[in-house]
Every structure is written in structure tokens, then in C-alpha cells.
Write a protein of this length. Structure first.
Length: 294
């Protein structure tokens, strides 16, 4: 039962992250850019979580070493991951950049195996291959002609940076921190880091329309408060490798929202990609320990 709970929490998180492109498009059309959108998303999330911690009277005092780990995780595993992925869009299609970014399940699997002795069976490997193939059909199909070495490296590093986030949250000295407390500090540190990065990059603009601000508040609620908290809670139950594969469910939510809100067309490659990812998620969700299929 605990495993099913963990699987459902990760799928909830992935589905929540799937809302980000929707809110981003609205925010970008109303005065935000990728830097300020991510900055204010983290800022609003930290405010929302602080209020929640106060209402629920949750102690958010941590040990010194945990503060240091949280700051490094925020800098490397979140801020740098977002920055490199955003920059990669300047050199290649967003679809191909997203495909390369989703190398992070592989990086999580390798890191968890070599540094934390996490056991990987054949079903996990097979599910990973299915999910990555599904990702290609879903968001990268037909985009291979627009490659760039710089873009490939940027999106590759974004995936590695995010894998660092997943591994540290799953195995580091912050693993046992309350999920709401952990995401509060991650969001707070991200706000500070992204504020400095935005100023350095000359991207700190403030001509925001009300609709854009509302969109950013909502993405903080959905992606950070619901998504990131659920992901952390799920990592307390299931392995980092399993969680990373289940996270590939994210683009399916984005696809459905794009069809419903922006009337985007559903193509055959979207159907194939969705089927492969759903199959991969199903295999992982109902995997029994020690089961071999190859």
C-alpha cells in the first residue's frame, strides 16, 4: 500500500509540473520572461508555504549542515537546471531540448546505483527505454534537424543538474526533513539565487500585467506547493530511479492541457509517445521487487 501511495504521489507531482507550460505562456504574454517567471514562481511559493507552516504550526528550524545542503541543492539542482534549459531554447527547438533534458532519469539511475547502491532490475531499465522513446515521439519528433552543440550541452547539463536535485533529496541529509519545510527552503533559496541571476543577466523586468501575476501565483501553488511537495513525499517511499521514470508522465499533462486550452492538434506521434510513456509508468507502478523480465 505504501508503494502505491508513493507512485501516486509522484504521478500527482508529474501531472502538476505539466501545468507549468500553460501558466508560462500566459505569464509570458503578460510581461514576464523565463527568468522573472521562475523567480516569482519561487517567491510566491515560499510565501504560500511560509503561511502554511505557520497555520499548521510546523517547526521549520534545521541543522546548519542541512541549510548548506538545501542551498547547494537549490543552486545546482534547481536554479542552474532551469537556467541551462532556458538558455538551450536559444540554440535548438524546445522539443529537442526537452528530450535531452529528460536524460535525467538515466543520470538518477547511474548516480543512485554507483553512489548509494540502489538496486536496479531489468524492468526498470526496460521502462526507462520505453519512457525515453515515448518522450521523443511526444515532444521531440521531427526536431532533430535543428541541433546545436551548445544547445545540446546546455540541455544535457540541465538534466544532470536536475538529477542532482532528485538524488540529494532522496539520499542526502535533507531526506527526512518535512516535505513542506524542505520545499519552503528550496523555494526561498531559489528566489534569492534567481534574483541575483536575473540582475546579472539583465532580465529583471517589472512591467507585469495583472493576469500574468495571477498566473505566476497559480503556478507556485500547483507546481511548488502541490507538485514539489508531492514529489518529495513520494521520494520518501519509493526509489529515486523509479520516481524519475514516473516523472516522464509530465508531458502528457502538458499535451492534454494544450489541446483543451490552446486547441493544439493531436498527431499520431503524440498518441504513440503517450502510449509508450503510460506503458512505462504502468510497468514501474506495478513492479514487484526482484521481478525480472529480460
Amino acid at each position: 500500500m505504501n508503494r502505491i501511495k508513493g507512485v501516486l504521489l509522484i504521478i500527482l507531482a508529474a501531472s502538476s509540473f505539466g501545468f507549468i507550460p500553460l501558466f508560462a505562456k500566459i505569464a509570458y504574454a503578460n510581461g514576464f520572461n523565463p527568468y522573472t517567471f521562475t523567480l516569482f514562481r519561487s517567491l510566491f511559493a515560499s510565501i504560500e508555504l511560509f503561511i502554511l507552516l505557520k497555520i499548521r504550526k510546523i517547526n521549520y528550524t534545521l541543522e546548519k549542515e542541512q541549510y548548506i545542503t538545501l542551498f547547494k541543492t537549490s543552486l545546482i539542482g534547481y536554479s542552474l537546471a532551469i537556467l541551462t534549459l532556458s538558455l538551450s531554447y536559444n540554440y535548438m527547438s524546445t522539443g529537442l531540448a526537452t528530450i535531452i533534458h529528460f536524460i535525467y532519469p538515466v543520470a538518477v539511475m547511474v548516480g543512485s546505483t554507483f553512489f548509494f547502491n540502489e538496486k536496479i532490475d531489468n524492468r526498470i531499465i526496460f521502462s526507462l527505454i520505453l519512457s525515453l522513446t515515448g518522450m521523443y515521439f511526444l515532444v521531440g519528433f521531427g526536431s532533430l534537424e535543428s541541433t546545436s552543440i551548445i544547445g545540446v550541452l546546455l540541455s544535457l547539463f540541465s538534466g544532470i543538474f536536475y538529477a542532482y536535485y532528485v538524488i540529494i533529496v532522496a539520499h542526502g541529509n535533507i531526506r527526512k526533513i518535512n516535505s513542506f519545510v524542505l520545499i519552503f527552503y528550496i523555494s526561498l533559496f531559489n528566489s534569492c539565487i534567481l534574483f541575483v541571476i536575473s540582475i546579472f543577466m539583465g532580465k529583471l523586468e517589472s512591467n507585469f500585467a495583472f493576469k500574468g501575476i495571477v498566473s505566476t501565483i497559480l503556478v507556485a501553488l500547483v507546481a511548488n506547493l502541490i507538485g514539489m511537495v508531492s514529489f518529495k513525499a513520494g521520494l520518501n517511499i519509493i526509489s529515486a530511479s523509479t520516481a524519475a521514470i514516473l516523472s516522464t508522465f509530465e508531458p502528457i499533462t502538458s499535451l492534454i492541457l494544450g489541446m483543451l486550452v490552446f486547441k493544439e492538434v493531436l498527431s499520431w506521434n503524440h498518441i504513440v509517445g503517450s502510449i509508450l510513456i503510460i506503458t512505462s509508468v504502468t510497468l514501474v507502478a506495478f513492479r514487484k521487487k526482484g521481478l525480472k523480465i529480460l
